[in-house]
Design a binder for this molecule. Structure first.
Ligand SMILES: NC(=O)c1ccc[n+]([C@@H]2O[C@H](COP(=O)([O-])OP(=O)(O)OC[C@H]3O[C@@H](n4cnc5c(N)ncnc54)[C@H](O)[C@@H]3O)[C@@H](O)[C@H]2O)c1
Length: 367
C-alpha cells in the first residue's frame, strides 16, 4: 500500500505554484493546508490547489500536524520556519537560498538531526535525466579526471528588480545574485564535481543601484584537483546559465536559462577517443527535463519509504558553503578561503555581508 504524506505550503507566492503543481503530479503527497501572512494570497492559492487556509505557520502546525512542510517564503524566515516545522514533527522541503547565513543553515541541519526529520533544500537543477547521466559518467570515471570548470550565471535584472524593498539588502535578501541566482549553477557544478576545497573571490557593483553585489567572480578548487571559474552577473543582456567541465577524455557543457533537457547538454570527446567509447556516453533515449516534479518525486519516494534523502536532495549545505566562501573571501580582500576552516572563519559572520568593490564611474568606492 502506498503511503500518502500530508503536505503543507507556507508562503503562497510565485514559487509555491511549482510546489503545488509538482505535488499534484507525483504519488506520495497531497496538499492539505497552506499559510501566508497575506490572507488573500493564501485564499486564492487554496481556491486553485486545495487545502485549508491558515494565517500563520504556527497555527497551521498546531491544527493540521502535516507530515511535510514546504517553505516557500522569502529567505529571511526560512530558518525559524524550518526549525518550527521540524520541532512540530514535519519533514521540511525548503526553497533556496536555505537561510541568511551558514550559521543559520547549520542550526536547521542540527534541528533535523535532533528531531529525526529530513531537511531538503530545493536545488532542482540537479534533476533531469541528462544531469543524472553525466553524473554517472563522471562518478564512474568514464570521462577521466575532471580538470577545468566554468560556471556562469549571467542574467539580466533591471533597476526595478533591485528596487523591490526586500531585495538588494543584506538584512532581508542575505546577499546579491551570487546567493539568490548563482547558487543553482554552483550547486549543480558541485553536485557533478564533488567536494570543494577552496575559494578566492571578488564582489563587484558594476552598474545597478543595490546594497549588495550585482556581479562576482570566483575561483573554486575541488578535492579532485579540478579548478573552476565562477562568474555571476545580473547585468548581462544575453542571459545564460552554463556549466562547462573539461575532463581528460571529454568536454561536457550545459547551456540553458532556468531548466535543462537533453538538447541543452553536449559531450565532446577529446582527440583520439574511439567512436565506440563515445557511443557509450550517449544520453539515454528516455528524457525527463530538470524541475520541481522529479525532485519532489524523489524526495517523497524516500520520505514515504522512511529512507534517507537521495543524492538529488542531500547535502543541503554544500553550495551554501561555496557561496559563503565567496562572500568571506571578498571580505578578506580576495584571500583564499578553505573549506576546512570556513566555519571557524565565518563564525563571526551573522550575515554574509561583505564589502563590494564599486566599479561605476563617478561613484564613491564603498569598500
Ligand atoms: N527554486 C527556484 O527556482 C526558485 C525560483 C523562484 C524563487 N525561489 C525562492 O523561493 C522563495 C520565495 O520566492 P518567491 O519568488 O515565491 O517570493 P514571493 O514574494 O512571490 O512569495 C513569498 C510569499 O511568502 C509570503 N510570506 C512572507 N513572509 C511570510 C511569513 N513570515 N509567513 C507566511 N508567509 C510569508 C508572502 O506574503 C508571499 O506570498 C525565495 O527563497 C526564492 O529565492 C526559488
Amino acid at each position: 500500500m502506498t503511503t500518502t504524506l500530508r503536505a503543507a505550503i507556507v508562503g503562497t507566492g510565485a514559487i509555491a505554484h511549482a510546489h503545488a503543481e509538482a505535488l499534484s503530479a507525483i504519488p506520495g503527497g497531497t496538499l492539505v493546508a497552506v499559510a501566508d501572512r497575506d490572507p488573500a494570497s493564501a485564499a486564492a492559492f487554496a481556491e486553485r490547489f486545495g487545502g485549508a487556509v491558515h494565517e500563520s505557520l504556527e497555527d497551521l502546525l498546531a491544527v493540521e500536524r502535516p507530515d511535510v512542510v514546504h517553505i516557500c517564503t522569502p529567505p529571511g524566515v526560512h530558518a525559524p520556519q524550518a526549525i518550527a516545522a521540524m520541532e512540530a514533527g514535519a519533514h521540511v522541503v525548503c526553497e533556496k537560498p536555505a537561510a541568511l547565513s551558514l550559521a543559520e543553515l547549520d542550526r536547521m541541519v542540527e534541528a533535523a538531526g535532533r528531531t529525526g526529520r529530513e531537511l531538503a533544500i530545493v536545488f532542482q537543477q540537479r534533476t533531469g535525466t541528462a544531469a543524472a547521466h553525466v553524473k554517472d559518467l563522471l562518478d564512474a570515471g568514464a570521462l577521466g579526471r575532471p580538470l577545468v570548470g566554468v560556471c556562469q550565471t549571467l542574467w539580466f535584472r533591471d533597476q526595478a528588480y533591485f528596487d523591490v524593498p526586500w531585495r538588494g539588502k543584506w538584512a532581508t535578501e542575505g546577499g546579491g545574485p551570487t546567493l539568490g541566482h548563482a547558487i543553482h549553477q554552483i550547486d549543480l557544478l558541485a553536485y557533478l564535481l564533488g567536494e570543494w576545497e577552496s575559494v578566492r573571490a571578488d564582489l563587484w557593483r558594476i552598474d545597478r543601484e543595490t546594497g549588495t553585489e550585482d556581479s562576482s567572480t570566483a575561483t573554486v578548487t575541488f578535492e579532485s584537483g579540478a579548478v573552476a571559474s565562477v562568474v555571476t552577473s545580473a547585468v548581462s543582456p544575453r542571459e545564460v546559465s552554463a556549466i562547462r567541465i573539461d575532463t581528460e577524455r571529454a568536454t561536457v557543457t550545459v547551456e540553458h536559462l532556468y531548466g535543462h533537457g537533453h538538447d541543452h547538454w553536449r559531450i565532446t570527446p577529446a582527440p583520439g577517443v574511439a567512436e565506440d567509447e563515445v557511443a557509450r556516453w550517449a544520453l539515454p533515449s528516455m528524457e525527463e527535463p530538470s524541475g520541481h516534479v522529479p525532485l519532489l518525486r524523489e524526495i517523497y519516494g524516500a520520505l514515504a519509504a522512511g529512507e534517507p534523502l537521495p543524492p538529488l536532495a542531500a547535502d543541503p549545505a554544500r553550495s551554501f558553503e561555496i557561496v559563503t566562501a565567496v562572500y568571506s573571501s571578498a571580505a578578506h580582500d580576495g584571500a583564499r578561503v578553505a573549506r576546512q576552516s570556513l566555519r571557524e572563519d565565518t563564525a563571526r559572520m551573522a550575515s554574509l555581508e561583505a564589502p563590494v568593490t564599486e566599479r561605476r564611474p563617478g561613484r564613491r568606492a564603498l569598500s
